[in-house]
Ligand binder design. Structure first.
Ligand code: PEP
Ligand code: MG
Length: 858
């Protein structure tokens, strides 16, 4: 059938293409959308929902293509005088959005006259003016200004008619057709498509629509509308929150907050509870019923029509990270949902918001520059440009932000003293990022728009503004933004709900989660989060303490083996004490200690002041010390004299470390601890390296056993972080109790991409779709992942009980954890602050990921 409308030919559908929402109607989320289904549930619960009709995705698609359903039949389903309808979107998932609601479709001269008689002129004028405005602006896309200026329906109609050169449509079918067409087309528009795809919607996601009879919140007696939810949106604690506004509709009560009243009795002003106690009680019952039957905390839109309550809509109530955890846990505790479902309802990344201070979501943000969100949390402080200034700030009890071009081990002191770190260079696994995550310090790296001059002690922003030492900024490591001034922040929230989620994750997950922990503080925090052990203790971090750094430097500068032995002799008790403390703290759990890994020159000073101090300590001329430092520089230190190469070329260092580990094992046991030491060899490329180092470690163990008369067990394993080690994992596993994949270096070497420089171009690469994600953040399952699978297969073939682990930064990434689980890994290890995220992600992967180790073999 053809119908002419506004000069456009309209093809009508042969089948109705819509369905009334009744308790038994065949309404499906996948066909009619989430809102339609939710309304059906409310109707089934016996709530006073106005009559509703749902249009499925297919019909809306047809409407966008110019095929209109039979609107006369649709409208004939409704009763009531005057006939006024609302139209709302109903996408499959609420987060995918949809066009705004249009209310009071059917408003025309006749309805206006009727309403003038029943509700009075004021209400009738208000309704008509509002509808003309919304029809003109939202549906016909006319300029809004003249319509907002119009004071009466007549004025608005005249403006409309002048603009479109046609009378304002009076027939409800014409009005409804225009609104349907506009909504259907808006959904197909590019910007709407991009927005919903960013929320995870598939490219062909459909839109459903719901037509509902208007329950007027205007007229005589007590009429109005409001919004209510039953939990606090920030904390998730039970609390009736919302507003009610007399003589209003839709979400007016939230917009016109000055005139709206409270719901619950409140000393600050009038409330619905005082005004209409019965209706208030009914609302509380609605909240309770929704929670139980819809198994969710809902936000409910309601109307009071001459004292009678109508429920127009209910959506999952909006919530901050902390509230989402609290709500899921409380629903499970009350038996409304199973614990497994509570675990699946919280996105793992949400937990990191709870562990750190966050920017208050209500605060105003002025972004100065953007970089990589390298370590989550927010901090406010005054800019400092080096460690000395950071330490000086700390001694004055002044919060500071360490701003560096990039950080080196020399800056670790400053990082300890600062509240956050900002670097111009670097990516998500650069030095600053790794250390900051370990310290739980907010960090933004790769803020390439900055120009930092440490000597002039100033930083130039992308717009040319200059900030100086002492100026206050806010770093948001969760979003990668640096904000102007001191922005309000919120405290971390490690509460009962968080603890419940952690415990339930432990009950479910079938892959271990250990922590990368180097210090007592790290280990203590990890234990608080309930880790399964330490998966990576980077021993080099133990030498950056100022007392030890000098001895370390003396060791590096030693010219003869006996000089080196003397310096190592002094380092031994320090390391032994570190390990003893760590073993005691982690009693009952394995602790995996990595032998020294970084190039030695990283321990040497780079600035004049430090070089002079070293010259004094060594009692050598400054020029000689400078020359030695220069001589130790390498063209490509990340591929140079580091890792196991140190162990082969300068075996005394690893021998000292092995002795410290074994002596600490004996000491910790004597103090009552159950120790399970593991020794890990870094940057291995060949079986022979492992054989040589392991032989020496075993010899030291024998010596310590003899000297102390104590027996102990230990395991020696390998860090698989070079592509060759992954490929040769079979023969390497023959002498290794475990293979722990160091995916930071493995990613760097597989891609040939520097961890420290990738930040410069990574965003361009991701934006251009060269890489789907930053591979230092999310494991590249195609390339690096293939090496992991190969290494795991070959390792397990050679030694069936070899422990498989991942200890790069990917250990805290949910997708990477799911990959490791499917590859049959025993555990992942990540920064202490990522442990809760990893545990929840591991539980989710166990619940959803199919059989462990079930990765399809190639
Ligand atoms: C790695 O390379 O993945 C790793 C864990 O070691 P590091 O980050 O200390 O090089
Ligand atoms: Mg490494």
């Amino acid at each position: 059938m053809l119908q002419l409308h506004n000069g456009e030919a309209q093809v009508m559908l042969d089948t109705p293409g819509f369905i009334e929402v009744t308790p038994t109607a065949d309404i499906k989320v996948t066909r009619h959308g989430n809102r339609a289904k939710c309304l059906q549930r409310l109707i089934r619960m016996g709530l006073p929902v106005p009559q509703t009709v749902a249009l499925p995705f297919r019909t809306v698609r047809d409407i966008a293509d110019g095929k209109m359903p039979d609107l006369a039949t649709l409208i004939s389903l409704f009763d009531g005088q005057p006939m006024l309808l609302s139209l709302r979107s109903s996408s499959e998932t609420a987060d995918w959005g949809g066009p705004n609601a249009v209310l009071n479709i059917g408003m025309n001269d006749k309805a206006h006259a009727w309403l003038s008689n029943t509700l009075g002129d004021v209400a009738a004028d208000k309704l008509y003016l509002r509808f003309i405005r919304s029809f003109a602006i939202d549906v016909m896309r006319l300029d809004e200004e003249p319509f907002l200026e119009a004071q009466t329906p007549l004025e608005a109609r005249e403006i409309f008619e002048a603009e479109v050169d046609d009378p304002f449509p009076q027939a409800i079918t014409d009005q409804l057709a225009a609104v349907l067409r506009s909504m259907a087309r808006a959904w197909e528009g590019t910007s709407a498509r991009l927005l919903r795809q960013a929320q995870g919607a598939p490219a062909d996601a459909g839109l459903g629509l719901v037509v509902q009879r208007m329950a007027q919140g205007m007229g005589p007696g007590q009429s109005g509308s409001g919004i209510v939810q039953f939990v606090n949106p920030n904390t998730g604690e039970p609390q009736v929150t919302g507003r009610y506004l007399g003589q209003a509709m839709g979400r007016d009560a939230l917009i016109d907050r000055d005139k709206a009243i409270y719901l619950t009795r409140d000393a600050r002003g009038p409330s619905l509870q005082d005004l209409l106690p019965e209706v208030y009680r009914e609302l509380l019952e609605v909240g309770e019923a929704c929670r139980k039957r819809l198994r969710e905390e809902m936000q409910v839109e309601f109307t009071i029509d001459q004292g009678r309550l109508a429920i127009l809509d209910a959506v999952r109530c909006p919530r901050e990270a902390r509230a989402s955890v609290a709500i899921a846990a409380s629903l499970a505790r009350d038996g409304v949902i199973p614990r497994s479902e509570a675990l699946l309802r919280v996105a793992p990344g949400t937990l990191s918001h709870l562990l750190h201070r966050q920017i208050d979501p209500r605060a105003k943000r002025t972004v100065l520059v953007r970089g990589i969100a390298a370590s989550p949390g927010a901090a406010v402080g005054k800019i400092v440009f080096d460690s000395a200034a950071a330490q000086a700030s700390q001694s004055r009890d002044e919060a500071c932000i360490l701003v560096r071009r990039e950080t080196t081990p020399d800056d670790v002191r400053g990082m300890h003293a600062a509240q956050a770190v900002l670097t111009e260079r670097g990516g998500s696994t650069s030095h600053a990022a790794v250390i900051a995550r370990g310290l739980g310090l907010p960090c933004v790296t790769g803020a390439t728009g900055l120009r930092i001059s440490g000597t002039k002690r100033r930083v130039t922003l992308p717009d040319g503004t200059i900030l100086r030492e002492g100026d206050e900024i806010t770093v948001d490591g969760s979003s990668g933004e640096v904000l102007a001034g001191a922005v309000a922040t919120q405290e971390p929230a490690i509460d009962g709900a968080f603890g419940d989620l952690m415990k339930w994750s432990d009950d479910v997950r079938d892959i271990g989660v250990r922590a990368n922990a180097d210090t007592v503080a790290d280990a203590t925090l990890s234990r608080t989060f309930g880790v399964d052990g330490i998966g990576l203790c980077r021993t080099e971090h133990m030498f950056f303490d100022s007392g030890r750094l000098t001895v370390m430097r003396e060791m590096i500068f030693a010219e003869t083996p006996s000089d080196r032995a003397a310096a190592l002799e002094r380092l031994l008790p320090m390391q032994r004490d570190d390990f003893t403390e760590l073993f005691q703290l982690m009693s009952g759990l394995p602790v995996c200690i990595r032998l020294l890994d970084p190039p030695l020159h990283e321990f040497l000073p780079s600035e004049n002041e430090g070089i002079r101090a070293l010259a004094e300590a060594l009692d050598r001329p400054l020029s000689e010390v400078k020359a030695r430092i220069e001589a130790m520089q390498e063209y490509n230190p990340m591929l140079g004299m580091r890792g196991v190469r140190l162990g082969i070329a300068l075996p005394e260092i690893y021998e000292m470390q092995a002795r410290a580990i074994f002596e600490a094992t004996v000491a910790a046991r004597a103090a009552g601890a159950q120790t399970m030491p593991e020794i890990m060899i870094p940057l291995v490329t060949a079986r022979r390296e492992v054989e040589l180092v392991k032989r020496r470690i075993d010899a030291i163990a024998t010596a310590v056993r003899e000297e102390t008369g104590q027996d102990f067990d230990y395991r020696v394993g390998v860090m698989v972080e070079t592509p060759r080690a992954a490929l040769r994992a079979g023969e390497i596993a023959e002498t290794s109790a475990f293979l722990s994949f160091g995916t930071n270096d493995l990613t760097q070497m597989t891609y040939g991409l520097s961890r420290d420089d990738a930040g410069r171009f990574m965003s361009a690469y991701v934006n251009e779709g060269v890489y789907p994600e930053d591979p230092f953040r999310t494991l590249d399952v195609d390339g690096v992942g293939e090496l992991l699978l190969l290494g795991a297969q070959r390792g397990r073939k050679a030694r069936a009980n070899v422990t498989l682990a991942l200890c790069g930064e990917h250990g805290g990434n949910p997708e990477s954890i799911a990959f490791c689980r499917l590859a049959g890994f025993d555990y992942v290890s990540c920064s202490p602050f990522r442990v809760p995220v990893a545990k929840l992600a591991a539980a989710q992967a166990t619940l959803l990921g199919g059989p462990k180790g079930g990765h399809p073999a190639d």
